[in-house]
Design a protein around this ligand. Structure first.
Ligand code: 5AD
Ligand code: SF4
Length: 440
């Protein structure tokens, strides 16, 4: 029996798919690349932006034919999209062939639901989370797929209610995992040979605010993870600028194991827009923060998320964004066109013209690409410690891995080196990518 999981959206979803795979492997399924051969298909959905949602819906629709040819095929839809208001019923109506619709916090119940369907006890199951603060589930079996890197959730949900964002509605309020559960998981991963641990949360800096445990702050957690014996590195995402405190910056600066890489979404460079977005910081505060990080961690790579075309964004506001991008000098940026999310505050605001949005994003990408290129050149002739991740999918003769600061590097080497650290002298760069050779 074979399974296929289609994952959309962020790292959080990639990791959740590893949990889904853990359940399906336990049930005796094996992974397949070919959707046509599968006995169970799981769509792990994302609804953070309109295009992500459209893509999922298109692909679910395409399964109708498969299901007609193979009656016993089990079709599951899980993840953020299912949790949107009224969406589960809508999905069921539009795609009656779906067997299981499962909310974000109920993944662990996939096992019992698949069994019910398989044994013919039920034809359709809708299991959406209605509690805003569901219980944190421990002890899940995880089928890890990301090589030398292991993802570790430290918290779930979000309390911030940025006015454009659907996440707090579909993933509920912040819930932190217990300090000891996280440390035990990381210890076991390191003992099993994982070389990179990525701590995940919508806003990792507010880790522990909901726990009655004075050790449970993000800075202390980072330090405790770094204190675990072994040669491995630590990454984390995402940091909300309003909550990134000095103690966290200091822990990163002090510890070799914690990568000098911070993902710090700015969203907009205009104070007017930041206020409308409910972001709780100003461009001045943010630029001071960036300067402080760069002073304390000179080799840091800062990355960001930026949106254009948020309601009320005028030329002047967009120019503030361009100006901030030039000042912050990000090593790279994820750029997005704002899209309306039903049920959020910004959905009620007057919308910016689509042509204006696309013109702005083109301009923004151009400015950021130039900065990325310039910063890439600064790596040339330097020796960087790289964790070898995989063979380059575009050129089988090359390996690839990342610098401590998060830059992708391509170099010649032996496949046996995958999962180890090597020193690479950077010889040239091409936009965001670096090329080099291993030095002993
Ligand atoms: N439209 C466009 N981009 C969005 N993001 C979140 N919500 C929206 C939306 N409605 C972006 C933000 C966030 C990233 C994960 O997705 O930049 O940081
Ligand atoms: Fe969404 Fe804001 Fe929470 Fe990030 S911090 S998940 S953008 S509401």
């Amino acid at each position: 029996m074979l399974y296929k999981i289609e994952t959309y959206g962020c790292q959080m979803n990639v990791h959740e798919s590893e949990k889904i795979a853990g359940i399906l492997e336990y049930l005796g399924y094996k992974e397949t690349d070919d959707i046509k051969n599968s006995d169970i298909i799981v769509f792990n959905t994302c609804c953070i932006r309109d295009n992500a949602e459209k893509k999922v819906l298109g692909n679910i629709g395409a399964v109708k034919k498969l299901k007609r040819e193979k009656k016993e095929l089990i079709v599951c839809v899980v993840g953020c999209m299912t949790q949107q208001f009224g969406k589960a019923e809508e999905l069921k109506k539009k795609y009656p062939f779906i067997n299981i619709i499962l909310g974000t916090s109920n993944l662990y119940r996939l096992k019992e639901h698949v069994e019910s369907i398989r044994e013919g006890r039920k034809k359709t199951i809708i299991d959406i989370e209605t509690n805003e603060k569901p219980k944190v589930i421990e002890g899940e079996s995880i089928y890890r797929t990301s090589g030398a890197n292991a993802w570790v959730n430290i918290m779930y949900g979000c309390n911030n209610f940025c006015t454009y964002c659907i996440v707090p509605y579909v993933r509920g309020r912040e819930r932190s995992r217990a300090f000891n559960d996280i440390i035990s998981e990381v210890r076991e991963l390191v003992a099993n040979g994982y070389k990179e641990i990525t701590l995940l949360g919508q806003n990792v800096n507010s880790y522990g605010h909901d726990l009655d445990d004075e050790r449970a702050t993000f800075a202390k957690l980072l330090q405790a993870v770094a204190d675990i014996d072994g040669d491995f590195r630590i990454r984390f995402m995402t940091s909300h600028p309003k909550d990134l405190t000095d103690d966290v910056i200091d822990v990163i600066a002090r510890n070799e194991k914690i990568c000098n890489n911070i993902h710090l979404p700015i969203q907009s460079g205009s104070n007017k827009i930041l206020r409308l977005m409910n972001r709780h910081y100003t461009r001045e505060y943010y630029l001071d923060l960036v300067e402080k990080i760069k002073r304390k961690i000179p080799s840091v790579g800062i990355t960001t998320d930026i949106m254009v075309g948020f309601p009320y964004e005028e030329e002047e506001d967009f120019n503030d964004t361009l100006d901030l991008v030039k000042k912050a000098r990000y090593s790279s940026a994820f750029t997005f066109i704002y899209s309306v999310r039903r049920g959020t505050k910004a959905a009620e605001m007057p919308q910016v013209d689509e042509d204006v949005k696309s013109e702005r994003i083109q301009k923004l990408i151009k400015v950021q690409n130039e900065i990325t290129r310039e910063l890439s050149r600064e790596y040339e002739n330097k020796i960087e410690r790289i964790l070898v991740e995989d063979v380059n999918p575009k050129d089988g003769s090359m390996l690839m891995g990342r610098t401590d600061s998060g830059r992708l590097v391509n170099f010649h080497g032996d496949k046996a080196e995958i999962g180890t650290f090597v020193n690479v002298k950077i010889s040239r760069s091409q936009s965001a990518t670096l090329f080099g050779e291993v030095v002993k």
